[in-house]
Design a protein. Structure first.
Length: 95
């Protein structure tokens, strides 16, 4: 996924049960470089969605760590998401 530093992006984590039925519940924390970007609750569709501003990330390649903390009978899990933040375009210069 890539987006401009002046824009926002929607980060989505999908959480599914390892076996059986049921939709996991709990929270997902999104972070990079040890800095939390925020957290989101897992919805009834099994997805946790966080909108993050491009300015919250470094220009270039970023690895977003995603950590799921369950509630109920589900196990914790984690993963990563690769995000590229593109520098804002520079307008024309007058001479």
């Amino acid at each position: 996924m890539s987006f401009l530093q002046t824009a926002s992006a929607q980060l989505t984590a999908s959480v599914t049960a390892a076996s059986g039925t049921g939709v996991p519940s709990g929270n997902v924390v999104f972070s990079t470089g040890g800095k939390s970007l925020g957290s989101a609750a897992v919805g009834s569709n099994g997805k946790a969605i966080l909108v993050v501003a491009g300015s919250a990330l470094a220009t270039g390649n970023n690895t977003i760590a995603v950590a799921y903390t369950p509630s109920g009978n589900f196990g914790a899990s984690s993963g990563t998401l690769a995000v590229t933040v593109l520098a804002a375009p520079v307008g024309p210069r007058s001479h």
